[in-house]
Design a protein around this ligand. Structure first.
Ligand SMILES: [Zn+2]
Length: 498
């Protein structure tokens, strides 16, 4: 039997101590996580060890006996790891609805970086102060978004190249954000506002970021047929602006580039050998969920040739599953190919009809599993969710338990130690977080205790909010936000500044 000694009264008094800083640390309560197996986040092999925490810090690791009056978490049979660090998270607005960040901490996330894909809060300083006032369930760090500053400077007139004066103004906003604590510049060059930017514009802005030792993190210009050009562009930006590059949710999203992950690996390893610090993250899903019309980017939804190209790019109508369709409820749960066969039509005909009748929600295959596996097996690829509070894709609630349950335990793609490294010390280092991402004496007590035999995701494309199981305890700055699998309601996260 597991013995969980956790009293809310004690937990909330500890919160007060932690929140108001270390000056009152003499009131801090000592906590021992005992009987567990420690995976310290560095990639080192697991070992039997107890972990002592005082206030918001880890103080000791080893074979330890409980002190008199010390609180104890019995972790017998469980793994004890650093809290997970999510470098790509869209919770910036979701925090207003749920400051406890339930869907995030139940996965074991203790620090998340907001502002990816070119879209961020601005000013960053004001946002981080808001986070502090809200008191959040996770620690937060922020990127400044390229599209955000681009729109701030160019207004609605962003569908063109920027002038040198405008680029200077954008650079000033970025430098201000960096001084206020942003960790780097994010871009989303595939999206409406970022896409008209030239590579030279982004290089100039990345150079402004580099002055403050920030990184450049990009949703690259194309994740489909032109993905290789897009990766080369990201590498060029890093090389010319002289800063580290993070490729967001690395992907090969169309038939034309499927099964080419080994070639991407070669491209990126060549850049790494030449001295460029380039890394990537990858989410553990092979499908996206959106409205049917995104399949035809030209928006020519009644043009059979354009529709055919859109369906061919995802491998045909059998890869497009209708999940919601108000005009035809009986279509739900069927693929375009199923519907075409039943009606004696083509998938193109069915697409055109559905759009005419008001559209549909679809889930669509974006990647082949062998490519995801290849990426996950590279030491320079980390785990990130691209999710966040309220995300209507299963990655929002399932990413980290999914990697541990499916990729590690069931499919044996990588070791548990390596998976934990990809969730902790590696992203923490990328974000220049000090004293987080590993279990070490003197470091911050962001800790996850999970059951390696049970941890798994349950969220699906049709039920994206289903919560994972197997994550037992989550401590953020020494305070339990999850205890015995349940939310405590504590909000002990802090805003982190670069
Ligand atoms: Zn993205």
């Amino acid at each position: 039997m597991k013995k969980i000694v956790w009293l809310c009264v004690f937990a909330s008094s500890l919160t007060v101590v932690t929140w108001h800083g270390s000056a009152q640390n003499k009131q801090a309560i000592s906590l021992l996580i005992t009987g567990g197996t420690v995976i310290d986040g560095t990639g080192a092999p697991r070992r039997r060890a107890d972990v002592r925490i005082l206030g918001d810090k880890i103080t000791q690791l080893g074979r330890l006996q409980p002190l008199r009056g010390e609180r104890v978490i019995d972790a017998t049979g469980l793994m004890v790891a650093p809290g997970f660090v999510d470098i790509h998270n869209h919770s910036e607005r979701g925090f207003a609805n749920d400051p406890t960040a339930r869907s995030q901490v139940l996965q074991g996330i203790t620090t998340l970086a907001v502002g990816p894909d070119g879209g961020s809060p601005l000013p960053i300083g004001q946002y981080l102060e808001w986070c502090e006032k809200q008191r959040l369930g996770t620690n937060v760090i922020a990127f400044v978004g390229h599209a955000t500053v681009r729109q701030r400077v160019m207004g609605k007139d962003f569908k063109r190249t920027a002038t040198s004066v405008e680029i200077t103004q954008m650079a000033e906003l970025i430098e201000q954000a960096m001084r206020e604590g942003a960790v780097g510049l994010s871009s989303g060059l595939e999206y409406d506002i970022g896409n008209p930017a030239t590579t030279e514009e982004v290089i100039a802005l990345a150079a402004a970021t580099a002055k403050y030792r920030g990184i450049y993190m990009s949703h690259v210009r194309d994740e489909a047929d032109l993905a290789f050009d897009a990766f080369r562009e990201a590498i060029r930006i890093g090389r010319e602006a002289k800063l580290p590059v993070q490729i967001s949710h690395i992907k090969l999203g169309t038939v034309g580039v499927w099964n080419k992950a080994r070639e991407v690996v070669k491209l990126i390893e060549a850049a790494r050998r030449s001295g460029l610090d380039v890394t990537a993250d990858c989410y553990p899903y092979d499908a996206w969920s959106s409205t049917i019309t995104v399949l035809v980017p030209s928006r020519k939804h009644d043009d059979p040739a354009a529709v055919k190209k859109g369906l061919d790019d995802v491998g045909g109508g059998q890869n497009v599953l209708v999940t919601s369709c108000s005009a035809h409820r009986d279509y739900e749960g069927k693929t375009l190919e199923d519907l075409a066969k039943a009606q004696g039509k083509t998938a193109v005909d069915v697409y055109i009809q559905i759009v005419k009748d008001g559209g549909a929600g679809v889930v669509c295959k974006s990647m082949v599993e062998t490519d995801i596996k290849t990426f996950y097996q590279q030491p320079w690829v980390m785990v990130a969710s691209d999710g966040g509070i309220g995300m209507r894709h299963p990655r929002g609630a399932g990413t980290f338990p999914r990697v541990l349950g499916r990729y590690v335990r069931e499919w044996k793609w990588l070791s548990l130690e390596e998976a934990i490294r990809k969730m902790t010390s590696f992203p923490a280092k990328r974000l220049s977080l000090s004293e987080r991402g590993a279990l070490k004496p003197g470091w911050k007590a962001d800790v996850v205790v999970f059951d390696p035999n049970a941890v798994v995701d349950h969220s699906t494309m049709t039920q994206p909010a289903l919560e994972p199981t197997g994550v037992k305890h989550v401590l953020v700055n020494g305070v339990a936000v999850v205890a015995d699998g349940q939310m405590t309601g504590e909000r002990s996260g802090v805003a982190l500044r670069h």
